[in-house]
Design a protein around this ligand. Structure first.
Ligand SMILES: Cc1cc2nc3c(=O)[nH]c(=O)nc-3n(C[C@H](O)[C@H](O)[C@H](O)COP(=O)(O)OP(=O)(O)OC[C@H]3O[C@@H](n4cnc5c(N)ncnc54)[C@H](O)[C@@H]3O)c2cc1C
Length: 498
């Protein structure tokens, strides 16, 4: 059967690929190791409280956004969502800022907070928004990077126009170069603000962040940031429903432990942890690329080594996440649904000095009963801090305390109002989302790992594909959906309408 596909992993990338391939008439089987769909954008339930595992802030639901385009193509409705005008509040040492969806209001607000650099901020954002606009027209047709086939090169060239040519000098630049152009790199609070946005979206700060990707990231929320009722796991649920309605088999609780080749029948054989085998012509791996070598027999190891060459030394992040249920009355008035809390006077962006805090909407009964709210708070952490049993337990305690101390800056009575409290350290991430060692967020979007230096969804093995946050264009539900679409496009030749 040359139109059979097995998708390994039911994260947003894998489910996007599965739903699209199913809609094109392919025989698709999705195998998900855990008991929940959505991976890092999934959920878990404790009593009446529902917690998002990781991802909370939605993008790509606006007209022309990737989720909207894919859902429209599949003929399904988007999950119920709320467009946010006030995207998030940012608490920096000594100054509080608001990220406004409206570009003009946003820049005005920043100028009010930093009047001494008003002109510089104005010019910086003028450049940034103009570059982001050009990049958006370039990526509208969803070109594949790095191009590996004649068709991919052709599609990339076709997506270019005169204005995208003006981006060429920016290809090797970093966001720091743009800050330097207006002397903003020496303004600690403004730089801290930009770094905080970039670490959450690009996994890297301005000094190393690819300028082109950084511009897109800093412009993204202006296109639309959304709260989804229930949480972003609704994307996964909708994709599973759409898939099943066209005959895709989607199975939870099936961990894939091996993939071998049946040369005689030109098929791949996928084995799950219960010893069951599945056969298909194409395999879509929605797992971090670091997991691939363990799924295949040793003879393929050199090919995978070559595939991820240059990525072995990339510094990857883990995360520590706190999941909490609080009484509504313990929250200060006017606290928005999303906040960044940045406590370090010297601009450190990790290890509890920088937190992303998401609250459930007061009317979201899927997430918490009336009068209660769930809170998810995450911070970036280096996995070296967790690499022995002694270090692990001690660091978990230290970081938990530090995170609670930081949260107290915006929710002063947090400690005395915790109804439920669950810390999620790297091992929990490894266990529940299958991410080796607890790595999250894909490769940092530096010039060494972004754009032409990204990993392709096309592996060196015939009909073995990868989607998810390890491959172009990278992390976030919108990034991994694009990679799921790229797999679909490469297998079927079909395209999303522009
Ligand atoms: C703390 C945190 C906060 C985030 N916040 C946001 C946000 O606000 N907005 C946003 O857009 N993005 C956010 N992200 C990023 C986003 O969640 C991820 O980039 C995206 O969800 C990853 O999707 P994926 O397709 O790569 O698959 P994953 O989420 O990695 O899912 C892969 C799935 O494969 C399964 N699996 C693994 N191995 C096997 C196997 N051997 N057999 C079967 N199944 C297997 C896993 O159980 C998992 O369900 C956040 C990430 C983190 C960690």
């Amino acid at each position: 059967m040359d139109n059979s596909v097995i998708v390994i992993g039911g994260g947003i990338g894998g489910l996007t690929a599965a739903a699209l391939l199913g809609s094109a008439g392919y025989h698709v089987q999705v195998l998900e190791a855990s008991r929940e769909w959505g991976g890092c954008a999934g959920k878990f339930q404790r009593g009446k409280a529902l917690f998002p595992v990781g991802a909370t802030l939605g993008m790509g639901f606006e007209n022309g956004g990737i989720h909207q385009r894919i859902f429209q193509y599949l003929g399904i409705e988007l999950p119920s969502n709320q467009l946010l005008d006030r995207v998030m509040d940012i608490h920096l040492p000594g100054v509080n800022l608001t990220f406004h969806r409206n570009r003009e209001t946003h820049v005005k607000g920043l100028i009010q907070s930093f009047p001494d650099i008003a002109d510089e901020i104005g010019c910086y954002f003028k450049d940034l928004y103009s570059m982001a606009k050009k990049i958006r027209t370039l990526v509208d047709s969803l070109p594949i990077l790095p191009p590996k086939t004649v068709r991919e090169w052709k599609e990339l060239i076709m997506s270019l126009n005169l204005s995208s040519m003006t981006l060429l000098p920016a290809f090797q630049k970093t966001m720091l170069d743009l800050l330097k152009k207006y002397d903003l790199h020496v303004h600690p609070s403004f730089k801290h603000f930009i770094d905080g946005q970039l670490i959450d979206s690009m996994q890297v700060e301005s000094d190393q962040c690819s300028l082109l990707f950084g511009c897109l990231a800093l412009d993204m929320y202006h296109e639309g940031a959304f709260y989804l009722e229930g949480g972003l796991y609704r994307i996964a649920e909708c994709l599973v429903d759409a898939s099943e309605s066209v005959g895709v088999k989607a199975t939870l609780g099936r961990k894939v432990v091996g993939i071998t080749r049946d040369e005689r029948n030109q098929e791949w054989i996928v084995s799950d942890h219960r010893g069951k085998d599945y056969r298909a012509n194409h395999i879509v791996c929605n797992v971090p690329v670091q997991s691939l070598k363990d799924l295949f027999p040793p003879q393929y190891a050199p090919k995978f080594k070559n595939y991820i060459k240059g990525k072995e030394r990339a510094s990857l992040w883990g995360t520590m996440t706190l999941y909490m249920l609080l009484k509504e009355e313990s929250l200060p008035e006017g606290l928005p649904l999303f906040s960044q809390i940045c406590t370090s006077p010297d601009g450190n962006m990790t290890e509890g000095d920088h937190l992303f805090l998401s609250l459930s909407h007061p009317d979201d009964r899927k997430r918490a009963p009336e009068g209660f709210r769930t809170v998810t708070v995450s911070t970036h952490t280096r996995l070296e801090n967790w690499d022995s049993k002694e270090k692990y337990d001690c660091y978990k305690r230290t970081l938990k305390k530090k995170m609670l101390d930081s949260i107290e800056l915006v929710i002063p009575s947090i400690r005395s109002n915790l109804i439920q409290f669950y810390p999620g350290a790297p091992k929990a991430w490894e266990r529940y989302t299958g991410r080796p060692g607890g790595i999250v967020g894909g490769f940092p979007q530096t010039n060494d790992h972004a754009l032409f230096n990204s990993l392709s969804h096309r592996t060196p093995l015939e009909n073995i594909w990868v989607c998810g946050d390890s491959v172009f264009p990278g992390a976030g539900t919108i990034g991994v959906s694009v990679s799921g679409y790229h797999v679909f496009h490469s297998i079927t030749g079909k395209k999303l309408p522009t």
